[in-house]
Design a protein around this ligand. Structure first.
Ligand code: GAL
Length: 880
């Protein structure tokens, strides 16, 4: 005990010295207008990139693309269950109990001379003994240092409850089994664990000098996550917990402000912040706190069984401009890059492996156009207004029934935001000495109160259509049949009755076998009548495969509105002992909801057999044997060495459309640098690995329900508004990071639960199919706006810029129309007015080139096709 005390003392000293040794270079504070860095109020644009949802090899490029997109701050959660997969408990670790006083002094002595080396050594040992993990995709310090190297700030949302569609909301599953624990309330064991992890993270950040006042990039931290609604539900203990969480965090002395999101009663000095699709009406709980939008949802997450949500770029930009015009000074895009729920990290149940989120950078790290470019332009326009925005509060004046102007005017600066909230009509408004046309549901930005440089509904940047193209020749597969477990197997545990799944598996695997025997006497009537008995199984979820005497009898799975499932089917039983083997499958643990940690999974019953001589037999209370996981998992069939341990078959013996089957193949990396994915459309449900790395759960067999209609950017957005993939798999393509591949001799392993055709699996690469521009005549130009404002450039004519990615060229003009074309990129069509020479200029200037630009003016297209009407140009060019 005393040794432990000494070690802790030593560490304290170490922290003390490390914080003194660092140079204090900057400070972060806030007032009612903005976050203040180094004495300067800042309008900050932030973007969420979650480090474990991409690979360290992808990080530099993602961060750079965020920077190029006008982002100042990267925001990330901290993923507790990734960092502490097994509980750390210093007191139980032999290393510390054998640690002598002399060692402590000796170390301290050494420390004075070899500060850096010893800091590392002690923290490595400390981390190891506490079973912490900060490597590879979980290398938080590396991620933050890359952000710093790119010259960006970082907002660290420690949580440690994070929601985030992440397994168990970020909590390690072992936490649920700490005696006496109750999550996210005034509960001793929970608070102790939360404090320990928070201290661990803050300590790490301090020792690496990552807080802004130490010269690092971290300008803000977050404790808890959207606790307000929970507190509202549970009352007094919730209030006490909020206060405790805030006090605990503030006492850690990070030197930078803390925020609590969706927490109206966040105690000072915590800043309460807003999350949502829109936040323009949000007001922090004190006048001296800035208006921060921590989660501006750029789209929404995909669920297995759900359609894929998209949020139009115009509405995204509109919501941000609306927040800024109302005095908001900090906006974070959740997500800026969503990425992938690799392995079994997806929350749930039923959160898909892709966490693309329709974010400005797509799952593969490529800019999603027009969203990425349109928001980049918005950020430029906002930054032009920054001096005015941080100086004064806006004056709001009505300009019509549904139009207003927000003016930020001080002695030296003036910026204005002209807003039209009408969802149908363009409106001409008068402001100052000018007249301004405002498209529906849009905001125009005037950094000098005269010149429009940007309108949220006018896309100045190009759009693109992406495609997945074949990237490999077909694989040569081998298969291995997973064994159907039975109650007689050696490695089973027998108990009376039905047990909750996660209690038994501790979430080490998705799979749990429930095994029992049913004795059928020779005099059972159904044996003669042929009227098979009805087996009914109630399960708390999430999916179930039922085997009778080793044969698959059927499969059932829960749905998005209810993860519970019922299996009810007549089954064939024979005289004597019949083996019932139920494979219960979890598909991600819940990440949100009041006391989500208490939600059950697995076969909780009743399990009944109807149609016997005795009537209905209840099997629920009889002896059940349990087997955790699959045989193939315990053999490590997804790894190179493990896969050697069994006999695989191939050729005509290859298993096809067969449940519970492992497949493997060796392959060479597809050439090139384009991002890669596996097309799994021929498969049902399971998991995939490349060189031992778990790519995630595949479930293309789960078809997206719901309606996918037209999508109009104008009008209030919600996650059901603009969706695709209805009637198709919710997720067909599964991202395979390039860095997981060797040039040759890679191992791809697939475990298939339902039965699929592995010969249909292929590698595809993500490339640009075509690029589009959609430009209005007289559309505002960001470029050279000051020259325009000062009259040096008269009536600027916008240009349509087209640009194919490196290695591709414009091969064809698929569509061009100057006039009144309809539709969006990929589905443009001519309207009532069309200039007949619309194609000519593009064919002349663009075909055969990587990029080109064409002025949008009537004379370029052979004259004005409909004078007196507002016209635009829509063009789509094929990249090959
Ligand atoms: C928020 C939550 C995030 C994420 C988001 C939906 O309420 O704070 O972690 O879950 O919803 O994507």
């Amino acid at each position: 005990m005393c040794n432990v005390f000494l070690l802790l003392l030593l560490l304290q000293l170490l922290f003390f010295f490390s914080s003194r040794i660092s140079t204090v270079t900057a400070s972060v504070s806030y007032d009612h207008k903005a976050v203040i860095i180094n004495g300067q109020r800042r309008i900050l644009i932030s973007g969420s990139i979650h480090y474990p949802r991409s690979t360290p090899e992808m990080w530099p490029d993602l961060i750079q693309k965020a920077k190029d997109g006008g982002v100042d701050v990267i925001q990330t959660y901290v993923f507790w269950n990734g960092h502490e997969p097994s509980p750390g408990n210093v007191m139980q670790i032999p290393f510390y109990s054998g640690f002598c006083v002399c060692c402590a002094f000796f170390l301290f002595f050494l420390f004075c001379f070899h500060f850096k080396f010893l800091t590392r050594l002690i923290f490595t040992l400390w981390g190891k003994k506490n079973q912490y993990y900060f490597e590879d995709r979980y290398d938080l310090v590396k991620f933050i240092k890359l952000v710093q190297q790119a010259g960006l700030y970082l907002h660290l949302r420690i949580g440690p409850y994070i929601c985030a569609e992440w397994n168990f909301g970020g909590f390690p599953v072992w936490l649920k089994y700490v005696p006496g624990i109750e999550f996210r309330t005034d509960n001793g064991p929970f608070k102790a664990a939360m404090q320990k992890f928070t201290e661990k993270i803050v300590g790490m950040m301090k020792s690496e000098k990552l807080f802004e006042n130490q010269g690092g990039p971290i300008i803000l931290s977050q404790i808890e996550n959207e606790y307000g609604p929970v507190e509202w539900e549970i009352g007094a203990p919730g209030k006490a917990y909020t206060k405790w969480a805030a006090d605990m965090a503030v006492k850690l002395g990070t030197g930078v402000p803390w925020i609590m999101c969706k927490q109206e009663d966040a105690p000072d000095p915590m800043i309460d912040t807003c999350n949502g699709f829109y936040c323009e009406n949000f007001k922090p709980n004190k006048d001296y706190k800035p208006k921060i939008w921590t989660e501006a949802w750029t789209g929404w997450y995909t669920e297995f069984g759900g359609a894929v949500p998209h949020r139009p770029a115009e509405d995204m930009a509109f919501s941000v401009a609306r927040f800024i015009q109302n005095g908001g000074s900090y906006i974070n895009y959740y997500m800026y890059h969503g990425g992938t729920n690799f392995g079994r990290t997806a929350g749930g149940p039923f959160i898909a492996t892709s966490y693309d989120y329709d974010a400005p950078l797509d799952e593969f790290g490529l800019p999603r156009e027009p969203k990425w470019g349109h928001l980049r332009d918005l950020h430029k326009a906002i930054k032009l207004c920054e001096p005015a925005l941080v100086s004064v509060d806006p004056t709001v004046t009505s300009l019509g029934s549904n139009q207003e102007v927000h003016v930020f005017k001080s002695k030296s600066v003036c910026a204005a935001f002209l807003a039209n909230y009408d969802t149908k009509y363009s409106v001409k408004v008068t402001f100052g000495n000018g007249q301004y046309e405002l498209p529906p549901w849009s905001i125009s930005i005037l950094p000098d109160c005269k010149t429009v440089v940007y309108n949220t509904a006018r896309l100045g940047s190009q759009s693109s259509q992406m495609k997945m193209v074949p990237a490999s020749s077909s694989f040569s597969w081998q298969s291995y049949n997973e064994e159907t477990a039975s109650a007689d197997d050696d490695d089973t545990t027998t108990m009376n009755g039905l047990w909750e799944q996660i209690n038994v598996t501790r979430d080490a695997t998705d799979y749990l076998w429930y095994l029992t025997d049913v004795k059928i006497d020779a005099d059972e009537g159904f044996l003669k009548s042929g009227q098979n008995p009805l087996l009914t199984i109630f399960s708390a979820g999430h999916a179930l495969h039922v085997f009778i005497n080793g044969q698959l009898a059927g499969t059932a799975y829960g749905g998005l509105s209810n993860p519970k499932l019922t299996f009810s089917q007549n089954i064939k039983l024979t005289e004597g002992i019949n083996k019932i083997s139920l494979l219960s499958v979890a598909v991600g643990l819940p990440n949100v909801g009041l006391h989500f940690e208490t939600w059950n999974a697995g076969v909780l019953g009743p399990v009944t057999l109807k149609g016997l001589n005795e009537g209905t037999r209840d099997l629920s209370g009889q002896k059940w044997s349990y087997k955790i996981g699959l045989k193939g998992e315990s053999l490590g069939l997804h790894t190179a060495s493990g896969s050697e341990s069994v006999e695989w078959v191939e050729g005509s013996l290859l298993a096809q459309k067969q449940a519970l089957t492992w497949y493997k193949t060796a392959f060479d990396a597809p050439p090139g640098n384009d991002p890669l994915a596996l097309d799994m459309s021929s498969m049902g449900k399971g998991q995939m690995w490349i060189n031992g790395q778990n790519i995630g759960r595949h479930w293309p067999g789960y078809i997206a329900h719901g309606s996918c209609g037209d999508c109009n950017y104008a009008g209030t957005f919600d996650d059901k508004k603009c969706r695709t993939n209805c009637g198709e798999p919710s997720q067909r393509w599964y991202h395979v990071p390039r860095s997981w591949l060797k040039p040759s001799g890679n191992l791809l392993a697939v475990f298939e639960e339902w039965g699929g055709d592995p010969t249909g699996i292929s590698f595809v690469k993500r490339t640009t199919a075509s690029v589009c521009a959609d430009i209005f005549e007289g559309q505002p130009a960001l470029k050279n706006w000051q020259a325009i404002a000062s009259g040096k450039v008269i009536s600027p004519q916008p240009k349509a810029h087209l640009w194919c990615p490196p290695g591709q060229k414009i091969s064809q003009i698929k569509f061009a129309s100057f006039g009144m074309p309809q539709g969006t990129c990929g589905s443009f069509r001519e309207g009532s007015c069309h200039a007949h020479k619309s194609y000519d200029a593009f064919e002349r200037n663009c075909v055969g080139k990587q990029s080109c630009s064409v002025t949008v003016a009537p004379e370029v297209f052979g004259g004005d096709p409909c004078p007196d009407s507002a016209k635009k140009l829509s063009v789509e060019a094929v990249c090959s």
